[in-house]
Design a protein around this ligand. Structure first.
Ligand code: SAM
Length: 281
């Protein structure tokens, strides 16, 4: 197939002009125009012809095309109705691409993808980065690997270790479900239009088993949320947001063997698990 490579500034401009389109900022439309970055995303997704990959927000088909060239089956979910005709023209000839119009936060992902296991690749719309990632992970979908472009600052929070200001609910949750890594940074000029922030591609290998033993996942996430709800307060204070009295929090911290003067940002996943497993209402 000798289709032009879409990940190119001139080709992208030509597509936008042909369809009389402007990128819609509200939908987080920053199209990739850097072939090298697109190639690196596909490489990090580690696709074979046996794989199915879900692409969130195919846009003009830039990454979609590169994913299809890896011979994997590509299912691409795009919200913007205007882009469905565009995608038909730009990537419609690839037999291994299926474009679905819909909101990734609303569609039934498992049914839409229709494969027993799959990978995810995307240059995410930044206005809904965390809802998209949480939606994928909390549903416990059979996802093997998530490779996504996010704001650099979000990537840093996702991979942060205890002890720093970046470590929070996002870090604990992502590290509970996956093994996240920053694969590489992406400058603003790799996009059209250029976003106002720096970007990074993260690779998250989804865990088959949680990294810590916990009695109840719901309690675990409630404890994490309560602990970080007032970041600068000591645990003896913030954990009262679990709906327990100061005395009960004190007794609870003793059972868990955790010093109540510490702050949430110093706790490891193991320590959050200890708190979960010793919680009594
Ligand atoms: N993949 C293309 C690229 O790399 O050039 C476009 C990426 S652009 C950053 C984000 C894409 O997500 C846009 O095409 C936008 O219309 C789409 N989008 C925004 N919100 C969405 C949603 N809720 N569900 C599905 N797609 C969405």
């Amino acid at each position: 197939m000798d289709k032009p490579i879409i990940a190119n500034r001139e080709v992208t401009k030509h597509i936008l002009n042909t369809f009389k389109l402007r990128a819609d900022k509200k939908l987080g439309q920053n199209f990739l125009v850097d072939e090298e970055i697109v190639r690196k995303i596909v490489e990090a997704t580690e696709l074979t012809s046996e794989d199915t990959v879900l692409e969130i927000g195919p846009g003009l088909g830039t990454l979609t095309q590169a994913l299809a060239l890896s011979e994997a089956n590509v299912v691409a979910v795009e919200l913007d109705k205007r882009l469905i005709d565009v995608l038909d023209k730009t990537v419609g000839e690839y037999k291994n691409i299926r474009v679905v119009q819909g909101d990734i936060l609303k569609v039934n992902i498992q049914e839409t993808v229709g494969a027993p296991t799959f990978k995810v690749a995307a240059n995410l719309p930044y206005y809904i980065t965390t809802p998209i990632i949480f939606n994928l992970l909390e549903q416990k979908l059979p996802i093997e690997r998530i490779v996504v472009m996010v704001q650099k600052e979000v990537a840093e929070r996702i991979v942060a270790k205890p002890g720093g200001k970046d470590y929070g609910v996002l870090s604990v949750s992502m590290q509970y479900y996956t093994e996240p890594e920053i694969a590489f940074l992406v400058p603003a000029h790799s996009f059209m239009p250029a976003p106002n922030v720096d970007s990074a591609v993260i690779v998250c290998k989804c865990r088959k088993e949680p990294p810590v033993d916990i009695v109840d996942e719901k309690i675990f996430f409630r404890v994490v949320a309560a602990a970080f709800s007032v970041r600068r307060k000591m645990l003896s204070n913030s954990l009262r947001n679990m709906g327990v009295s100061g005395d009960d929090v004190k007794a609870w911290l003793e059972r868990a063997g955790i010093d109540g003067t510490r702050r949430a940002e110093t706790l490891s996943l193991d320590e959050f698990a200890q708190l979960t497993n010793t919680f009594k209402k």
